[in-house]
Design a binder for this molecule. Structure first.
Ligand SMILES: [Fe+2]
Length: 170
């Protein structure tokens, strides 16, 4: 294993840890605005809990490599930052916008962990590869749930709020 592969693995784990901090904040904020959409709210809350466990597991991987755990924001967080800003600025069609943002974000997370699995295997860190693969499956499961339920939620929104300003302007 080269030093650079190990260093890259550590850096990507630190990025992933920061990403999970943002994910938790975004999911929790989104869940608070979904009182009329029970199934989506429950799935989002469930994934927020899953996300906190993922952050703990990634922290363990960082410590295993002897790295520093990021304090708060870092580079990976900036990708999520725009989504969080969207979460903060959601208007009457927040459920549609928030679900779309979450859908995109879960695939960003999945891609992050797929890269981490490959990097961990390249570095000979099989335990870390296993952790990242387990998280990858959770991200894909959340992405698939959002994909499968997206159309139904949009239809429910249109029936519930036919005169929503966000749509009336189109
Ligand atoms: Fe996720």
């Amino acid at each position: 294993m080269s030093t650079s592969t190990r260093e890259r693995l550590l850096k990507w784990l630190q990025d992933a840890y920061a990403m999970e901090q943002q994910a938790d904040a975004m999911l929790t904020a989104l869940a608070g605005r979904l009182e009329h959409y029970t199934s989506l709210r429950n799935r989002v809350l469930g994934h927020a809990a899953e996300t906190r466990q993922q952050a703990d597991d990634v922290r363990g991987c960082i410590e295993r490599l002897g790295g520093a755990v990021p304090a708060a924001r870092s580079m990976a967080a900036s990708a999520a930052g725009s989504l969080q800003a969207l979460g903060n600025a959601l208007m009457s069609d927040e459920v549609v916008k928030g679900m779309g943002a979450s859908y995109a974000f879960e695939y960003l997370e999945a891609a992050t962990y797929r890269a981490l699995v490959i990097a961990a295997e390249a570095a000979g860190e099989t335990d870390i590869a296993e952790v990242c693969n387990r998280i990858l499956q959770q991200e894909l499961a959340m992405a698939e749930w959002l994909r499968a339920n997206h159309g139904g939620i949009v239809q429910e929104f249109l029936q519930r709020e036919p005169d929503a300003p966000g749509l009336a302007r189109r």
